[in-house]
Design a protein around this ligand. Sequence first.
Ligand code: GTP
Ligand code: MG
Length: 570
Amino acid sequence: MNDDLTKRSITRALERLSERIQTPRALAIRPYEKALIESFIERARGQWLGPSEPVLTVALAGGTGAGKSTLINAFAGTVIAEASAIRPTTRQLQAYHHQDDSLGALTEELASKATFVAHDRPELRHKMLVDTPDLDSFMVQHRATTKSLLKRSGLVLYVFSPERYLEERTWSILRTETEFSASAAILNKVDRIGSPEELEQITEDLRAHFAALGHGDIRIFRLCARAHVPDPSGVLPNLASDVDDMVALRAYLERELHGSEIARLLRRQREAVISHLRAEIDRIAPPTLSSKLEEVARLATARASEAGTRLAGTIAEPLAAVEAELVPLLIMHRHERFWGPFRFWLAFCDFISFGLTNLVRRSIGRRQTDRPSLIESTLDRAARGAVEVVLRSQVREIQDLLYANSLPIERWRELTANVDGTGLITEISQEIEAGFELAAVRLSEQGRSIIGFASSLGGLVPSAFVVIGLFVMTRDLFSGTYAGLTLLWHLLAMMILFFLALQGLVAVLLPGGTRWFGPSLGPQSVSRVISRTVDLWVDAYRTDLLADIADLREPLNVLQTAVNAEEQSL
Ligand SMILES: Nc1nc2c(ncn2[C@@H]2O[C@H](COP(=O)(O)OP(=O)(O)OP(=O)(O)O)[C@@H](O)[C@H]2O)c(=O)[nH]1
Ligand SMILES: [Mg+2]
């Protein structure tokens, strides 16, 4: 696998995770959860983005005065770290590393707090031993430095002294760290322990403490570090002690920790980070979240449509008023489809049915622009309050649903903060207006043949009558039996009668009258707009929440894929 490519994708994945944790769109993430995940991310960075050649960081950690610095000196066989009776002594990290090993295992920040001593011992290749500041003194800064080193360590040697091996400050850190990195315990200063029984007692105590953390199988080395640090003249101090596991500890570090064991520890550490990240993310965004979200969305849609129906009932009166205003407009709209003299008659009928105002309005062509504002103003006056009330109660109901399903509500609140009654009325009006257009088209489609027939009759039949009349009159004029005037009146009267009959016929044939045709527009539009508004909110909320979940989960997959790939390449 391309190492750079993997590192780049891991860098991106961790950035994405970090960014989403800091500024979630919909999820509610508490500050301590943020801090915890950030600390996991820092661990992940340390473990995946370090040097390509694996170097195991072996930290010596523990309380002040336990003998960590003395122990690293014992390994080095000379004094490389200051060890003294002054508490606390060590302030900086002290790395003891092979000259050919990459130092990239430490971040720049940690490296700036470290001093380095290089060696050429092949048995310590790929293992960087690091002495650390104490975990339990009053120096908070010491703890912080050591904690960030522990996050990057694959193996931690916890050094204890017989006097203070139960110090709570140390154990509180140990409790977390042993979950991530492999550990071994070192009981130092055994020369200070009075009797073999006491030694066994302390050893058992230590083991029991580790067992309580799930590490009953911890290796415990009991030794006397100072006995292995030569003085300036090269002489080893003579400290009385029957038990000394220094040889075993050296063997462990030098021989047991070889290539594949190092790789195993590093992998274990990576897997631990992934599983901790996963557990935390599962807590913030449980896997059931998306199914709960879908369930709430479904309920929300159903309730919104019920609320729409309820609202239509509440504002039935203004809706009816709107329809009453629209009926004549629709009929006139339809009548405009007629042509020939017939149209004149229909206009006359409109006038009779709906009054002069509408006729004037229509004839000066203002109908088209007036209609939407006419609907809007009628509704706005009478229905805005009711629309707002219904929508607000919807918002609250859905918020309760979210809450009951342990879904975050903050984003929902933001999305629904402004329930704008006027905007909704405009939407409802537009919906009614669109329905009106549709009804008009449908009506004229339905009546197309009737319209064709009636218009033809309206245009052709009177013309035929006039032609016949003129013919009869001309003939009579030439034959001298002129009765033209009477005939003309007869013809006119017949034409009028015919038109009226035709109008009557069409009035019967065309559905209509002074009520709305087809399904009621108002309630339908109200339902649709309420549903649409709620659906839009729910969709926006869902999109944000799902994006959060994806941003939290996908980086985990990237890390997991990288670990799996490493395993296969072994
Ligand atoms: N008797 C005895 N004294 C020891 C032994 N190991 C270390 N000491 C002494 O314990 C004291 C503290 O040792 P350090 O190595 O400085 O302890 P440390 O853990 O590095 O302490 P900090 O740097 O303060 O965190 C020194 O005086 C050492 O000489 C040991 O095995 N036996
Ligand atoms: Mg020290």
